[in-house]
Design a binder for this molecule. Structure first.
Ligand SMILES: *Cc1c(COP(=O)(O)O)cnc(C)c1O
Length: 218
């Protein structure tokens, strides 16, 4: 599918849900994709991209940034504290704040660097042991803890379990966001972004539906 097809499916889902058309940001997930495919989406005028790994992003985006203005880059994969500084220098948004140690590191670096990316807290809505994210029952306390460190939290992010109905997880994420006064909802991928838009996603993360299948999974 083309970028335009995905964009128009998002707009249709927004209309159906009674939402303003254009109120959902499309993050084109470019991890593992060949640079030519990424470049062709850049040439279409798209500027909002997602990457899973700091190292991989560092290898491609500084070069694109010299040729394309106004990039809006989102880190959507797990972040180790020892990569936090590099991530904060590369990305305008981090979706995977998921533990106090990382939040503390980001807070300290924000003071030092004088700027901070937009931050989302990742919630492990399916409570899967292999997946990152704060447990739903600990989310309220963690939001407060981050705010006490003077971090501005934009919203919440989740990756539903592969074998479960995603809309249940999107609803749960939205409920946690609402009771914490958070407006950002990073949810929905290639297979379920329309349902995420219906449930209020402000950011959908779509990779393979735009770029085609990845050569390998990471
Ligand atoms: C890879 C990835 C996506 C995009 O997945 P697709 O199914 O290719 O759309 C979205 N979110 C996260 C966190 C990812 O790791």
């Amino acid at each position: 599918m083309s970028l335009q097809d995905i964009q128009s499916r998002i707009h249709t889902a927004e209309e159906k849900a009674g939402r303003a058309v254009g109120s959902t940001q499309l993050i084109a997930v470019s991890k593992v994709q060949p640079n030519e495919r990424v470049e062709s989406v850049l040439n279409e005028g798209h500027r909002c991209f997602g990457e899973n790994r700091v190292q991989e992003a560092a290898g491609k985006w500084p070069d694109f940034a010299t040729r394309f203005d106004g990039l809006d880059l989102h880190l959507i994969g797990p972040l180790q504290t020892n990569k936090a500084r590099q991530a904060m220098e590369l990305f305008q948004n981090i979706h995977t704040v998921d533990r106090p140690k990382l939040a503390k590191t980001i807070a300290r670096l924000a003071q030092e660097l004088g700027h901070c990316p937009k931050l989302f807290i990742q919630v492990n809505t399916g409570e899967e042991p292999q997946k990152a994210g704060i447990a739903p029952r600990d989310a309220d306390a963690f939001v407060k803890e981050c705010r006490d460190m003077d971090l501005v939290i934009e919203g919440l992010m989740c990756i539903p379990p592969a074998e479960e109905e995603p809309s249940l997880h999107f609803s749960l994420l939205r409920k946690i966001a609402e009771r914490n006064g958070l407006t950002g909802l990073s949810m929905g991928m290639s297979g379920d972004f329309e349902s995420a838009v219906a449930l209020g996603a402000t950011h959908v993360r779509v990779g393979s539906a735009i770029f085609g299948a990845r050569a390998y999974e990471i």
